[in-house]
Write a protein that binds this ligand. Sequence first.
Ligand code: GAP
Length: 453
Amino acid sequence: MTARENTQRMEKIVSLCKRRGFIFQSSEIYGGLNGVWDYGPLGTELKNNLKQYWWKVTVRNRDDVVGLDGSILTHPAVLKASGHVDTFTDPMVDCRTCKARLRADQLAEKNGAKQCPNCGGKDLTEARPFNLMFQTQMGASADPASIAYLRPETAQSIFVQFKNVLDVSRKKLPFGIAQIGKAFRNEINPRNFTFRSREFEQMELEYFCRPEQGMDLLAYWLKERIKFYEEIGINRKRLHILDVPDKDRAFYSKGTFDIEYEFPFGRQELEGVAYRTDYDLQQHIKASGKPLDYFDEETKERFVPHVVEPSAGVDRTVLALICDAYDEDSAPDEKGKMETRIVMRFHPRMAPIKCAVFPLLKNKEALVAKAREVQALLRPHMNVFYDEGGAIGRRYRRQDEIGTPFGLTIDFETLGEKGEELRDTVTLRDRDSMKQARIAIKDLVETISSKIC
Ligand code: GAP
């Protein structure tokens, strides 16, 4: 695809997200809040499906991982010890012409000089570090002792609660603590839709181990995480693994891989999988004076565990799911004329709505009653949508555009009016192939459930 085609594709995706209720700009009626987004009804379902699947494969399906739900407000001592207070910065420059504040490392160069993307000006200040953390005040007094931060990553509460979780869970190394939750970064230039936001969610796992297991576990978790993206339906060809070179890695990391996705705006990081050694626990031991070590009952050794961290962004993965799913093909309209069909090819596991139920006609009471019956049958097992408005073709098209993988039509055959053998069967339409098959109502739950779990 050319750059122009990619830009157009992204514009269509952003427009669909708003039109169909995936993602809205935050505080839109007041002009919007830059770098902050609200998820609409379908976006919320999609995001929940992603988080629930991550939790299922990372925590529920394993014996060696437990969960945590830490607070967002964070004690400054935690973030001082972790290094965030002193070094969690991006280089910032000001454009003296248009007064824009810009991230120095993201500026394009023209004829060897960095240029302001807003006005094209080259009169820029020297770069200076800008701390990305949001600071707030706890309690009624506004003195320095009341400073707290909104967490810039979920990881730190896992390190700080390591001992408590170890004591209550009685896990043996290697074991992990997982968390999904909000994080906040005062990004200098939020951009590319939700990709770089100021408020976002992370899905992080801190997997604690013996030092000699670190490198093997790094390779293991990289493989697991690639498998995860394939399982949620991301095209493997659009995923890339970057082995982060020594000079770009945190000084304490012995190995880091970035999992990248080919967004229409370029290849960008979805997740980092890093072997962080014992750096974080050691920092908190030093700063708090508390022992965050591990006693191995078998070898009688006491030591500080090392950690491998797969750290993924919820919002970035949702955006990758949306970009990956967006497709256009052609399908006949009501008069049989071919028209462009927008179809979101979400994996059924991720699709916001799994199944749409349509009575063929809304003014036939028996059809409507049967359709409502089918909806009630499926509802305990999946997110079902009932739609009786408009021609059936148009109803299909509305569901294609939001990625509903299955459509069920309740027609006169269902009522037994075209022969007893078809009574209590419905038409099951597949979103991708648009093929239709007849299926007994009693088989619906099992057939559809097996594809969405
Ligand atoms: N605990 C390690 C950590 O936070 P990171 O690479 O800074 O590492 C992990 O962040 C992931 O969080 C990223 O790969 C990305 O998916 C997501 N993320 C980071 N900053 C983000 C932002 N401003 N907007 C959206 N997602 C972000």
